[in-house]
Design a protein around this ligand. Structure first.
Ligand code: NAP
Length: 295
């Protein structure tokens, strides 16, 4: 089966492609501009596709005839979305519409990667059916895109995830690798202690998505780790694991720092649906640290 992946040069996209190399799927990896993937395999090709360009999307779909689409590409940084709302809408919403329209013509299974930021963060431990209420523009665009996916006339799923970490194989850093660098350079780092997340190891997420598409599981799924941690707690665990000085981590709360995009305070997912329907079993945060920092 042919799978088209968007955002293949990104953090998750890189892991998705790598995890699919040893399967029977044919991978059509797409991204903005040139490939930053160094894979070479019979079942892998890369082609440039800016999904905000509907003509380009249609041309790529006509050329490669994918049967499954994993839409992992996005403008994924909340502050950038808040500062560039038109661009964020175009990339995260219009781009998704372009892909859904092309996917329908080719009768594809459509998998959309979404976020805990569609919730307001007042409740925590969110289930798939909880009511969305985004508090920043990034979350709003992802929710708009979800609404379009739910209207898709073919089969679809939405995989929501939370604060993804792991080895930055694509070059894009994440909270753990940023903390490592800031502590190694003795610069220190501000980390929130009044936000709660269930951080997700990127390899678990990639495997969960691949299981979901292989099972053709439709509907919404929450995929994350299963430990509730604040970024500060994640930072302390990272420092301890690496033997770095955790006193360089500055514990902050919402009142200490005015963020460009407001963050939902307490998210975290109830992942029981993914556990029972996808046999999803995330590794612990301690195991995730080993995977992130081992050679
Ligand atoms: N990372 C997290 O903590 C997290 C948490 C919740 C949900 N998510 C969701 O998970 C998905 C993957 O995130 P990620 O961490 O892998 O983000 P990422 O590293 O920023 O990857 C996103 C990719 O999308 C590409 N892209 C942006 N605009 C594009 C366009 N118009 N056409 C084609 N490609 C485009 C980017 O290209 P360039 O690299 O060239 O800019 C980038 O490679 C996203 O949907 C995100 O919303 C991520």
């Amino acid at each position: 089966m042919k799978i088209l992946i968007t955002g293949a040069n990104g953090f998750l996209g890189h892991y998705l492609v790598e995890s699919l190399l040893n399967t029977n799927y044919s991978i059509i990896a797409t991204g903005k501009g040139n490939s930053r993937l160094s894979f070479s395999a019979d079942n892998f090709l890369y082609t440039e596709m800016d999904f905000t360009n509907a003509a380009s999307v249609n041309e790529i779909f006509d050329t490669y005839n994918p049967e499954i689409v994993i839409h992992a590409g996005a403008m994924s940084k909340p502050d950038e979305c808040e500062l560039n709302k038109d661009l964020a809408y175009n990339v995260n919403v219009q781009g998704s519409i372009n892909l859904l329209e092309a996917a329908k013509l080719h009768n594809c299974f459509f998998s959309f990667i979404s976020t805990d930021f569609i919730f307001d963060g007042e409740k925590g431990n969110y289930r798939e059916e909880d009511l969305p209420a985004p508090v920043n523009f990034y979350g709003q665009t992802k929710l708009f895109a979800e609404e379009h996916v739910k209207e898709y006339k073919g089969d679809w799923n939405i995989i929501r995830t939370i604060l993804v970490y792991g080895k930055p194989n694509s070059g894009r850093q994440n909270l753990l690798t940023i903390i490592k660098r800031k502590l190694e350079t003795k610069e220190g780092y501000n980390v929130f202690d009044d936000q709660i997340r269930t951080p997700t190891y990127v390899g678990d997420l990639a495997n969960g998505i691949i299981t979901a598409i292989t099972k053709k599981a439709t509907g919404v799924f929450h995929i994350s780790g299963n430990e509730e941690l604040s970024p500060y707690e994640m930072g302390c665990k990272t420092a301890d694991y690496l033997g770095l000085n955790k006193s360089l981590l500055r514990k902050i709360t919402k009142s200490d720092l005015k963020e460009i995009a407001i963050r939902p305070p307490i998210t975290g997912f109830d992942i029981s649906k993914a556990k029972s329907l996808l046999n999803y079993q995330p590794i612990s945060f301690d195991e995730g640290l080993i995977k992130t920092f081992s050679n």
